[in-house]
Design a protein around this ligand. Structure first.
Ligand SMILES: CC(C)(COP(=O)(O)OP(=O)(O)OC[C@H]1O[C@@H](n2cnc3c(N)ncnc32)[C@H](O)[C@@H]1OP(=O)(O)O)[C@@H](O)C(=O)NCCC(=O)NCCS
Length: 151
């Protein structure tokens, strides 16, 4: 799979998840930049005829100077949900990070179960104006720390 195909795959998933994502991945050039910088992990799939490739899920993150990794977005294309892909993406990040922080809408019960299962704990709550939805939204601030981390 080349980078252009990967960008298209991620754009498709963002489109399919508009309601759940507060996405910062708003355009193709940004997706390309983030992919090239290694700030997006993907689950690439090979279609049955082996010539069509697509992305079934991605996680977008950034490592900050203070050693905390901000997980901005995670999404799995609706067809592929419930097959463990979301968990695989989180585990890939947990293998290399010491602290991961994210915000998850209090309404998003499925994602909250994923975060709990993956060892994330609630460390705060934030209410902010959601411009796209035209209303205030409340988010849980969740954090995961590596058990033997020295931070
Ligand atoms: C959240 C999301 C990424 C999970 O991806 P997924 O590949 O379906 O998740 P997995 O199959 O790896 O399941 C992992 C865990 O998530 C939870 N989960 C997944 N689907 C669920 C469902 N329909 N109901 C309840 N819990 C569910 C479970 O804890 C599950 O663990 P289990 O299978 O051991 O019970 C996916 O639902 C998605 O893309 N949602 C829209 C975008 C979104 O909400 N992103 C998160 C923003 S914070």
């Amino acid at each position: 799979m080349n980078l252009t195909e990967a960008v298209e795959g991620i754009v498709e998933i963002v489109r399919a998840n508009r309601d759940a994502l507060t996405t910062v991945l708003t355009n193709r050039s940004l997706v390309l930049k983030e992919l090239a910088a290694g700030r997006i992990f993907t689950i690439p799939e090979e279609h049955w005829n082996s010539r069509v490739f697509f992305i079934s899920g991605f996680v977008h993150f950034r490592e900050k100077k203070d050693g905390v990794c901000s997980l901005y977005e995670i999404a799995v294309y609706p067809w592929f949900r419930g097959q463990g892909f979301g968990k695989i993406l989180v585990e890939r990040l947990q293998e290399r990070e010491t602290i991961i922080r994210l915000k998850c809408s209090v309404r998003n019960k499925i994602a909250q179960k994923l975060w709990k299962d993956c060892g994330f704990k609630e460390v705060g709550i934030e209410t902010k104006w959601n411009r796209r939805k035209g209303r205030e939204s409340t988010y849980k601030v969740l954090e995961w720390r590596r058990k033997n981390g020295n931070v």
